[in-house]
Design a protein around this ligand. Structure first.
Ligand code: NAD
Length: 434
């Protein structure tokens, strides 16, 4: 196990970003942090603490493969901040996981939890592996050994993982079980995003998409739009995008385009989303759907629309293409879909941005509810979960937007300023333990 010091990170800090740097998630997060901290007039020492992750843990985990061979996988867990409570953040499995990426996502989680004012800091984890090439048994052994290596760093009061890219409810059940075996009793609150039967929360699978819808509804009011007069383009038809599209469709939004890895479909009158979900289930693709026409995925994001909801991956809106966006509202379902250089272009074009740390915070908010319910041992019905989610999403949307107006900054910088201010305040109250 290696725990890196902050010195190495300091070398990565930079002022203006080049085009290649804008795609580096750590530098992208840093750029937003620096701007927000400067505008806040944050004390340099506090800024140093807040921009540096609290812990970076690297584990090399030996796992026996199904054919008997022994393989060693590398995993990371970065705990960015515990100033406001236990750190919180997903675990992803992917061949291209890097420490920079995990570090950026951990910091993002700190700001995201602070924006919606829930009592967590930020963390993120990842294992470099290709889940497509691994059996269920191999994935289980990776998950359990990764959890066991991190056992001293996890816990309901320490660090609470959740699913992320290529991990799911089952992965969380394995983490929970492994942790519980070491603790000698069942500890459901050590992870969120668990199956309902193991202490999961009602409404969690829908929460991120539902949160995107809630903040979009708030934004519509500013444009005098109603759902039925609003045309939406959704990129990524997975958990976030698919759920947001389904829920928005239910209340009358016109989802005119859905973009996926293999292509895009368009119906200017609005796509029947449940039928598209069914079509994809049957054929494995959104293409050739009878209720829409296939269109070029490369251009679909730049269609004339009211709301663009990127919900696939990071860095899809960059300095190279931001000028082509024709949406009035950009609701960032994905983490980091827009680079810092693109922010300026969008601002010039008057696009109303609902930044990722606010727009997609519905997931971590209901994760917080799951953690609360596990600790209470008392479970809420779905209406209560959704009502409490709405309360937090709407009030914090209003906070961010009025903060932006008051301080004449864009919504993203306002969200960062609010978040940084909240974490810095907690840090000051606690003081630095010598
Ligand atoms: P997912 O894997 O369920 O869905 C992503 C979808 O995007 C997939 O269907 C994939 O085929 C598609 N996709 C990938 N690349 C694409 C591309 N270039 N163009 C179009 N489509 C593409 O993942 P998810 O859980 O929905 O997460 C999506 C994004 O939202 C990620 O950035 C994730 O970090 C973020 N996010 C997720 C949650 C959550 O609760 N799931 C919460 C907050 C943020």
């Amino acid at each position: 196990m290696t725990v890196e010091t902050a010195d190495a990170l300091d070398q990565d800090r930079s002022g203006d970003l080049s085009h290649s740097q804008e795609l580096n998630p750590w530098l992208a997060a840093e750029a937003r942090f620096e701007e927000a901290a400067t505008r806040l007039g944050l004390d340099e020492g506090l800024a140093k603490v807040l921009r540096t992750p609290s812990k970076e843990i690297i584990v090399h985990i030996p796992v026996q493969l199904d054919d008997g061979r022994l393989e060693v996988f590398t995993g990371y867990r970065v705990q960015h901040s515990i100033a406001r409570g236990p750190s919180k953040g997903g675990i992803r499995f992917a061949p291209d996981v890097t420490l920079d990426e995990v570090r950026a996502l951990a910091a993002w989680m700190t700001w995201k939890c602070a924006v919606v004012n829930i009592p967590f800091g930020g963390a993120k984890g990842g294992v470099i592996c290709d889940p497509m090439l691994l059996s269920e048994g191999e994935l289980e052994r990776i998950t359990r050994r990764y959890t066991a290596e991190l056992i001293d760093f996890l816990g309901p009061e320490r660090d609470v993982p959740a699913p992320d890219m290529n991990t799911n409810e089952q992965t969380m059940a394995w983490v929970m079980d492994t942790y519980s075996m070491h603790m000698r009793h069942t500890v459901t609150a050590v992870v969120t995003g668990k199956p309902l039967d193991l202490g999961g929360s009602r409404g969690r699978p829908e929460a991120t998409g539902r949160g995107c819808m809630m903040v979009t509804l708030q934004a519509l009011k500013r444009f005098g739009l109603t759902p039925s007069s609003t045309r939406v383009v959704v990129q990524g038809f997975g958990n976030v995008g698919g759920m947001a599209a389904k829920l928005m469709n239910e209340i009358g939004f016109k989802i005119i385009t859905v973009i996926e890895v293999d292509g895009a479909v368009l119906n200017p009158k609005g796509i029947d989303i449940p039928a598209l979900i069914e079509h994809r289930r049957e054929t494995g693709s959104i293409l050739d759907f009878p209720g829409a026409e296939n269109i070029d995925a490369g251009e679909a994001m730049f269609l004339d629309c009211d709301v663009l909801l990127p919900a696939a991956k990071e860095n899809v809106i960059t300095s190279q293409n931001a000028h082509k966006i024709r949406a009035r509202i950009l609701c960032e379902g994905a983490n980091g879909p827009t680079t810092p250089l693109a922010d300026a272009v969008l601002a010039d074009h008057g696009v109303f941005v609902i930044p990722d740390i606010l727009a997609n915070a519905g997931g971590v908010t209901v994760s917080y509810f799951e953690w609360v319910q596990d600790r209470q041992g008392f479970f809420w019905n779905e209406d209560l979960v959704n009502a409490r989610l709405e309360e937090l999403m709407v009030s914090n949307f209003d906070h961010v937007v009025s903060y932006a107006e008051k301080h004449a900054v864009n919504n993203r910088i306002a969200a960062y300023m609010l978040a940084i201010d909240r974490v810095a305040f907690a840090l000051k109250l606690r003081g630095i333990y010598a």
